[in-house]
Write a protein that binds this ligand. Sequence first.
Ligand SMILES: [Fe+2]
Ligand SMILES: [Fe+2]
Length: 332
Amino acid sequence: MPPEKLEIFKSLEGWAQENILVHLKPVEKCWQPQDFLPEPESEGFYEQVKELKERSKGIPDDYFVVLVGDMITEEALPTYQTILNTLDGIQDETGASCTSWATWTRAWTAEENRHGDLLNKYLYLSGRVDMKQIEKTIQYLIGSGMDPKMENNPYLGFIYTSFQERATFISHGNTARLAKDHGDLKLSQICGTIASDEKRHEIAYTKIVKKLFEIDPNDTILALANMMKKNISMPAHLMYDGQDDDLFQHYSAIAQRLGVYTAKDYADILEFLCQRWNVKNLTGLSGEGSRAQDFVCGLPPRIRRLEERAQMWAKQASMIPFSWVFNREINV
Ligand SMILES: [Fe+2]
Ligand SMILES: [Fe+2]
């Protein structure tokens, strides 16, 4: 990034302290995974585990596949922290740097870390899934990393994180709703609690991008168009369990079928963000900036049309074995 752009992030230090760090929750006020899980120290531990297993019996395998995929996505957190620290002007220079940006990234990571922990422990105790296969998938995924095409550019980085926080807010919200439908209120509460963290993170990241639109509308709209042209790749798209080369496609097909996360959500998220950032009414843009603005504003209806056509041509459903549920076959 050119030096004058780096300056922007330096000059926003104080702003970030007052406007972004306030969206973190003090550790003492945070929920922890243990708040939702059987208490290993208590006499009633085995009884509580039995109840948890009982409740999970009403939940079908396809739901578990989606929940496992969501959990694995959360568990690849080291990758996301690494990516944030590739961004010029905001990265954590030492590992314990005191800038607002580095402080945010570390505390954000620490908050996120509870998501994978809680889902992992719940799934382990449920006895419904093949933990060893899941653990292998996580190890493969963290080992393969990912390149979301941010080019070390924090404009692209914060647009991507805004998108992703909203996407996870939606998908955890939907797994909460479905768990309730299946009669597991505890699991519903678990997913809903995680969703509310994602919402808080979405508010923080979208606020940063809103600020960038205020002080540098032209480069910010160019960054948004750039990110959307590349497609927002899903964080866990390189997942592999040692068996299924199309594991991510199969998992996303089920998420789509169950309505946990769909192509329509992708278009809705973009539309939501455009509204939040008032993209339609940006003024004072260069010719290139105006073209980027038109492109972005026209994109949600285009994505929806493409999606409808893809649905029409969608191949017939097939049964695919998932190692995460002991190779039982699931309708994809
Ligand atoms: Fe998360
Ligand atoms: Fe998140």
